[in-house]
Write a protein that binds this ligand. Structure first.
Ligand code: G1P
Length: 278
């Protein structure tokens, strides 16, 4: 519901809040496209139809931009509508991430698939999901991206207990357990699950058996725990930049860092920041 960003999210889904001039969700979709995904399913809810509209073809807007000779903007808008085939599934009740994945079962079928939590934005040269695909291709097993986080932040995440994998450096690890949002004292490590997963279809059977857990939701973390009992699950230590755009401070940091990298804005913005008397 985007409660942390009220009042901005009263009438706009949180995924549509802009970072510089692109809605947050577009960064996530671009990561999927750059990782080689062609079919994307949005799991949305009643108040989120703007997300589908954003990736849809907008005849009136394209027509106006063409008429006005605004070819650069026309290209920006066309690129978005041609980026992906959109399908979406409505999650009728807020029953959590596990439930959101479970309701895609008939669309996905018996194939491995990727999950992107839309409020996490990653920005590595090789997209985070593409790096996960590398691990999946080697082991043909589920892989979750993890990153070290501070003690103060650990209770916002699922946290893994891991073991080394023979022949790997410590980027690829075997998951022994996952704990959802532990207190710093109960966290099994400082490696947090950062909302990028490749999952085998076995997860659907695990999700189906998963009862409502923390917060009255079907937790993916609980289903991952039973998946671990059936087949190996790997953790991949993602080392690139990542922003939890659902957190106000990180959202601001993402805005500043993305603006600094922009060819059209970066230089002037850097000059402005340097002159700030802080
Ligand atoms: C979800 C998962 C959690 C994971 C996090 C990453 O939590 O349940 O395990 O660490 O995404 O963003 P949420 O942010 O939906 O509370």
């Amino acid at each position: 519901m985007g409660l942390r960003f009220l009042p901005a999210t009263k009438a706009i889904p949180k995924e549509m809040l802009p970072i510089v001039d692109k809605p947050a969700i577009q960064y996530v979709v671009e990561e999927a496209v750059q990782s080689g995904f062609e079919d994307i399913i949005f799991v949305t809810s009643r108040s989120k139809s703007e997300i589908e509209d954003h990736f849809d073809y907008d005849y009136r807007l394209e027509h106006t931009l063409r008429e006005q000779g605004k070819h650069d903007l026309l290209k920006v808008v066309q690129d978005i509508s041609q980026m992906i085939t959109i399908s979406s599934i409505r999650q009728k009740q807020p029953l959590g991430l596990g439930h959101a994945i479970l309701i895609t079962r008939s669309s996905i079928g018996e194939e491995p698939f990727g999950v992107f939590n839309a409020d996490e934005i990653t920005a590595d040269e090789i997209p985070c999901m593409k790096q996960l695909i590398g691990v999946y291709e080697k082991y043909r097993s589920s892989v979750v991206a993890v990153q070290e986080v501070s003690q103060e932040a650990i209770s916002r995440y699922g946290v893994v207990a891991v073991e080394p994998v023979e022949g790997e450096d410590d980027r690829v690890l075997l998951v022994k357990d996952v704990v959802e949002k532990p207190s710093p004292q109960k966290a099994p490590s400082n490696l947090a699950v950062i909302g990028r997963y490749i999952l085998t279809p076995t997860i659907f059977q695990c999700l189906k058996r998963t009862k409502l857990g923390a917060g009255g939701e079907i937790q993916l973390t609980d289903a991952l725990r039973s998946l671990i009992e059936e087949e190996p699950v790997y953790a991949y230590r993602y080392e690139g930049p990542r922003y939890d755009a659902g957190n106000k401070l990180e959202y601001l940091i993402a805005t500043v860092e993305f603006a600094l990298q922009r060819e059209d804005l970066g230089e002037e913005f850097r000059r402005y920041l340097k002159n700030l008397k802080l």
